[in-house]
Design a protein around this ligand. Structure first.
Ligand code: KIV
Ligand code: ZN
Length: 393
């Protein structure tokens, strides 16, 4: 009998660690560091690598050029403002790429139009059209960003999207630049564009959500549920202010919720190694409780949870750590741990103890645990040596 085949829609992963992520204070990278990360992103299966903002400095121009020369498996994208000089320099930096893309755009919210540009909606529209036309004279693949789209009037946003599609924009980036939107609002914005922009089938809608209210990942997922087919994101959620959408979170959400019928081409077993590489190269530690890649993401410390996980991993884990590039979950021993966790760890260290011995050892263990934040293997070895008489007496 034929098996039911579920058709999955592909979501393109556009990684901007090397651009939006690198803008973070203290995260600046040199060319060799950028190329190391670009290689890792290519291996990870990222569809588009935003390699940098070539007009911003000669160093960034060189780094983007280097990435465009070496990386053949991903689209290489360079950022520019809707300014001819920016676009020309971006085009020059990426021209050797196997698949080059120019990312150009302009602020479209009334706040940006009034305060940043002292301009009008109509003039911003003209600049957007001119920028896309100019970028198209260099490359086929042109992505347009409507900066602060999250706070842009939907009707104006739809008009500007329609006009840039007419002159050849292949991707429409709808950034929630300030991280303002609720997931329902951001999703509704994407739906509105799908329903109101003539010619929308000729372009890919893209999410680009910032994390000012901790909603970047939720907004991006809401966007793809409503029809966006590209997610812009970064490793470890790095990015301006509170950060950008975390790549590892989006990829694992889509994987864990297969009923959404959305998939990415990411090799999830490389998520933790790539996270570590980015953290080390940027000198930016990952918060321990960060989903998927934090050091506590697969650590269990309370007695109740430890007992459950030791009996059956799935009781407290929805992801197999192997799937995201870790060996296994961690059982952390603290004063909140129970006998099951102590016995488990002792067994791993080669000590099989009887129930009676465990009862005695547990009382001694609690004394150490109350004095320390975490009881490590060295403490347990010492405990075993110092309690020989109790155990065998
Ligand atoms: O957040 C933003 O709007 C951006 C654009 C430059 C794409 O990073
Ligand atoms: Zn951004």
């Amino acid at each position: 009998m034929a098996e039911d085949t579920v058709s999955m829609d592909k979501i393109d992963i556009f990684d901007t660690t090397l651009r939006d992520g690198e803008q973070v204070p203290g995260c600046k990278l040199n060319s060799s560091q950028k190329i190391r990360i670009a290689r890792a992103l290519e291996e990870l299966g990222v569809d588009i690598i935003e390699a940098g903002f070539p007009i911003s400095s000669p160093g960034d121009f060189k780094a983007v050029q280097l990435i465009a020369t070496e990386i053949r498996g991903s689209v290489i994208c360079g950022l520019s403002r809707a300014v001819e000089k920016d676009i020309k320099v971006a085009a020059e930096a990426i021209k050797v790429a196997a698949r080059p893309r120019i990312h150009t755009g302009i602020g479209t919210s009334d706040s940006h139009i009034k305060y940043k540009f002292n301009s009008t909606r109509e003039k911003v529209m003209e600049r957007a059209i001119a920028a896309v036309k100019y970028a198209k004279s260099f490359v086929e693949d042109v992505e347009f960003y409507a900066e602060d789209a999250g706070r842009t009037d939907d009707e104006f946003l739809a008009r500007i999207c329609e006009e840039v599609i007419k002159v050849g924009a292949t991707v429409l980036n709808i950034p929630d630049t300030t991280g303002y939107c609720l997931p329902s609002e951001y999703g509704a914005k994407i739906r509105y564009l799908k329903e109101h922009v003539k010619g929308i089938e000729k372009a890919t809608l893209s999410t680009h959500c910032h994390n000012d209210l901790g909603l970047a990942t939720a907004n991006s997922i809401s966007g793809v549920i409503e029809g966006a087919r590209q997610i812009e994101c970064t490793i470890n959620g790095l990015g301006e202010r509170a950060g950008n959408t975390s790549l590892e979170e989006c990829v694992m959400i889509l994987r864990q919720h297969a009923h959404l019928q959305l998939e990415t081409g990411i090799n999830t077993r490389l998520l933790n190694p790539v996270s570590l590489l980015v953290s080390e190269e940027m000198g930016m530690p990952v918060q321990p409780n960060k989903a998927i890649v934090g050091s506590n993401a697969f650590a269990h410390s309370s007695g109740i949870h430890q007992d459950g996980v030791i009996k059956q991993r799935e009781t407290y884990e929805i992801i197999d750590p192997i799937e995201v590039g870790l060996d296994k979950s961690r059982i952390v021993l603290t004063a909140r741990s129970g006998r099951a966790a102590l016995a488990y760890r002792l067994k791993e260290l080669g000590h099989d103890v009887t129930k009676l011995q465990l009862d005695k050892l547990y009382q001694e263990f609690l004394k150490i645990a109350d004095a320390k934040k975490e009881v490590v293997d060295g403490d347990l070895q010492m405990l075993m040596e110092q309690t020989q008489d109790i155990l065998h007496g």
